[in-house]
Design a protein around this ligand. Structure first.
Ligand code: GLY
Length: 434
């Protein structure tokens, strides 16, 4: 089966690896720069903009793609899935209209509210400075979300990134020229978690829950990033999240997919990424994404026991209910190494050297290879994933692996450590007790 993958980051390296592990797959990739990990797994690749619809169409024809998978959100927003399907290439990824669940956060909240989807926090969509002023006064503590795409770095929360009502107001108003609207939501206090699912428009196949770490520095401080690392547990839950809470999140995602099909007439085919927060009042949706998470894809895809190509074909052919999608019962810890100075003043074009990552997995992300040397760009460079029976062992494997990567890089040593996990569990216990 010839599969064309669009995208060249860490998430796409994990997808490429899952495709390459499928017995009958031949992988091709279109990516904006040469990811050495994906290039090694591919029978062919093309360097081109991932949002250039004509370049994607042309390469799909040239490589004889039978199926395609779109990794990042930007090509979804550009209509790459619509174009590939017009060319007769069934594609894992929502069409542009369905991808609005991620690409237009104002639309997504309005949709959830009108469809009566559970877990939608109190919110307002503001399009003028005076509306923003009113909402800041009425909601008190708020989270401010730009309506459009920001690479995961646009959300700011009062009390964390914004110190007072004036700062909230100024930040929200500053987003209007580019985004047209901002979503202002009541600030929720709890622990965030991610649930990702394959979807054929009707049925969802859920993967293990994951917790990501957005802040750049140890102890969850510093600026927001795309995600510095993440962990998952062998029972597919999280140390602070029980089965019933995980099932609540899955049920919200099922209702969302049903509502998209029934209300919009758009079947949602692809990956649905639910970002949730567990609070003392229950589970709420922070946001949806229309693709795998980065880094969360790197936690779950290595555990996928069912061939990725079987899942892909079942999704695009609308027969996912007949496939038993299985994940290994193992814990994972993923840690990103990022350029010094990331995310504010990253050191790009610096060489990195990967000696040996021992028994961990390595996924290249925003790097490029030139004359056999791998260089950083301005974003996350590479991730290692430790897989073991416990989170603690998986964390130790990830740390050992990072010793084999050299360059002007840093990472968060605390992700997946017993100390950080204990703090998460105690945080939830304290909230529930209160
Ligand atoms: N890890 C956050 C995201 O992929 O959006």
């Amino acid at each position: 089966m010839k599969v064309l993958l669009i995208g060249g980051g860490g998430r796409e390296h994990a997808i490429a690896d899952a495709i390459a592990r499928s017995p009958d797959a031949e992988l091709y990739c279109l990516m904006s720069r040469k990811n050495p990990g994906i290039a090694r797994l591919s029978s062919g690749f093309r360097i081109a903009s991932e949002t250039d619809v004509d370049a994607v169409r042309e390469y799909a024809q040239q490589c004889g793609a039978e199926y395609a998978v779109v990794g990042p959100e930007a090509p979804l927003a550009a209509g790459v899935v619509d174009a590939l399907e017009e060319e007769g290439v069934p594609t894992l990824g929502p069409r542009r209209a369905a991808a609005r669940i991620e690409t237009d956060k104002a639309w997504a909240r309005t949709f959830m509210r009108e469809a009566h989807i559970a877990g939608c926090p109190p919110h307002h969509i503001c399009t003028t400075p005076s509306e923003i002023r009113e909402v800041v006064e009425s909601l008190g503590d708020v989270a401010v979300k730009p309506a459009g795409l920001t690479g995961g770095k646009g959300v700011k929360v009062m009390g964390e990134h914004l110190s007072d009502a004036d700062e909230v107001y100024r930040y929200a108003v500053s987003l209007l020229p580019e985004h047209g609207a901002v979503v202002m939501e009541k600030r929720l206090v709890g622990e965030e978690f991610t649930v990702q699912a394959f979807c054929d428009g009707n049925t969802l196949a859920f993967s293990p829950a994951v917790q990501d770490h957005k802040r750049a520095y140890e102890g969850d401080v510093g600026p927001n990033t795309g995600g510095m690392g993440s962990y998952s547990d062998a029972d597919h839950l999280l140390p602070f999240l029980d089965r019933e809470e995980y099932e609540q999140a899955c049920s919200i995602m099922r209702d969302t997919i049903d509502a998209m099909r029934e209300r919009m007439g758009v079947p949602y085919v692809g990956i649905l990424y639910g970002q949730f927060i567990l609070t003392a009042e229950g589970v709420f949706v922070v946001e949806y994404n229309a693709r795998f998470g980065d880094p969360e894809a790197m936690n779950v895809l290595p555990l996928l026991r069912t061939p990725f190509t079987d899942v892909l074909a079942s999704c695009v052919e609308g027969r996912l209910s007949r496939l038993d999608v299985q994940f290994e019962h193992m814990a994972t810890v993923c840690k990103y190494v990022v350029p010094k100075g990331y995310p504010e003043s990253p050191l790009s074009d610096a060489p990195i050297e990967v000696a040996d990552v021992n028994d961990a997995l390595l996924f290249y992300s925003s790097v490029y290879e030139k004359e056999g040397v791998v260089y950083t760009t301005s974003s996350r460079a590479a991730a290692v994933v430790g897989i073991a029976h416990t989170i603690e062992e998986a964390e130790a494997k990830a740390e050992r692996a990072i010793l084999g990567i050299r360059g002007a890089l840093y990472h968060r040593r605390d992700i997946g450590t017993p100390e950080l996990i204990r703090r998460r569990v105690e945080h939830m216990r304290a909230l529930r007790g209160a």
